[in-house]
Write a protein of this length. Structure first.
Length: 274
C-alpha cells in the first residue's frame, strides 16, 4: 500500500452497521476523550461518569485484542473488587454503548462481548490518535534516514501535535502512567527528528528551538546536544556551540558521572578545528 504524507490522519470513509451510511471513526485519547464520526461527536460529558470514561479509554487504547472481564475489573477497581463487580461492569458497558448510540455511533458494534471478554472493534479505516502518533514517529525517522527531511518534518509534526496533549487527564494508575511515558518518549523522538530535519534544510533557528525543547524534556539526550551544537555552528555561532558542549558535559557528569560519547566528542572536535 502506498502511504503518503499524513495518510493515516486523513478521514477514511467506512461502512458501519447495515444502514449504508458511510463515515469515518476517530478516537481521541489525548486531551478530552472523544469519538468522532463525520458530523457526529461523543464527548466526555455524554459518558457515564469518570468510570465510564476510564473504561472506554482502556478499551479503545487496547483495541487490538479482547480484554477479559477480570482485566477490566482490575483496572477499574485496583483497590479491590466490589461484591457485585460483574454486574457493575456489565451495566457500565451497557451505559457506554447507549451513550455511543445516542451520539449516532453503533455502540453494539464498537464494543463487542464474547467468552468473558470485551473488545473495542475499531472499524476498517478507523483511527486512534495514540496509534497515529506511533506511526508518525516511525515514518518520520524512516524518512530522515532515507534522506527526505521534508517528509520527515511533516510526519514528525503529526506526532508532535498529538503528544503535546495529555493522555486521559485524571485517569490514574500503572496503565495510564505507562501510556504517558510512552507518549513522552514519542514526543522527544518527534521533536528531535523535526530539529534534525530542520538542520538538514538549513532552517537553523527552528532546529535550535527544537533541540532546546528536547533537552528541556530530557537533558541527557546527547543526540539533541549534537544537533544543537551543529545548528549554532552552521549559524556562525561557534562560541555558543562550544558552550553547548560544555553544558552537555556538565549535565552528563552531574547526573550520571559520565563523559560524552565518542560521536559527541567528534562533533566537538569539528567545532574547534573548523
Amino acid at each position: 500500500m502506498n502511504v503518503g504524507p499524513g495518510h493515516y490522519a486523513e478521514r477514511v470513509a467506512i461502512r458501519l452497521g447495515k444502514n449504508g451510511v458511510r463515515r469515518d471513526v476517530r478516537v481521541y485519547l489525548t486531551g478530552p476523550l472523544c469519538l468522532e464520526s463525520g458530523e457526529r461527536l461523543l464527548g466526555e460529558p455524554a459518558l457515564p461518569g469518570p468510570q465510564g470514561r476510564h473504561l472506554l479509554g482502556f478499551l479503545a487504547a487496547g483495541h487490538a485484542r479482547p480484554l477479559s472481564r477480570d482485566e477490566l475489573a482490575a483496572e477499574l477497581w485496583p483497590g479491590g473488587l466490589p461484591a457485585a463487580w460483574e454486574g457493575s461492569l456489565k451495566s457500565l458497558i451497557s451505559k457506554i454503548r447507549a451513550a455511543l448510540s445516542r451520539a449516532g455511533l453503533p455502540g453494539a458494534e464498537l464494543i463487542r462481548g464474547a467468552f468473558g471478554a470485551y473488545q473495542f472493534r475499531l472499524p476498517p479505516g478507523g483511527w486512534v490518535d495514540v496509534d497515529a502518533a506511533a506511526l508518525a514517529v516511525h515514518l518520520a525517522e524512516a524518512a530522515l534516514a532515507a534522506g527526505d527531511p521534508g517528509l520527515a518534518a511533516r510526519e514528525a509534526l503529526v506526532a508532535r501535535l498529538i503528544t503535546a496533549r495529555p493522555f486521559l487527564p485524571g485517569v490514574e494508575g500503572a496503565w495510564a502512567d505507562g501510556w504517558r511515558r510512552r507518549l513522552h518518549e514519542q514526543r522527544i523522538r518527534a521533536v528531535e527528528t523535526m530539529a534534525s530535519a530542520d538542520l538538514q534544510r538549513g532552517q537553523l533557528a527552528t532546529a535550535i528551538q527544537g533541540a532546546e525543547l528536547v533537552l528541556g524534556l530530557d537533558e541527557l539526550r546527547v543526540s539533541s546536544w549534537r544537533i544543537l551544537m551543529r545548528a549554532h555552528a552552521a549559524a556562525d555561532n561557534t562560541g555558543t556551540a562550544l558552550r553547548c558542549y560544555e553544558r552537555c558535559c556538565r549535565a552528563l557528569d552531574e547526573q550520571l558521572g559520565a563523559i560524552p560519547s565518542p560521536s559527541t566528542r567528534a562533533a566537538h572536535r569539528e567545532l574547534i578545528t573548523s
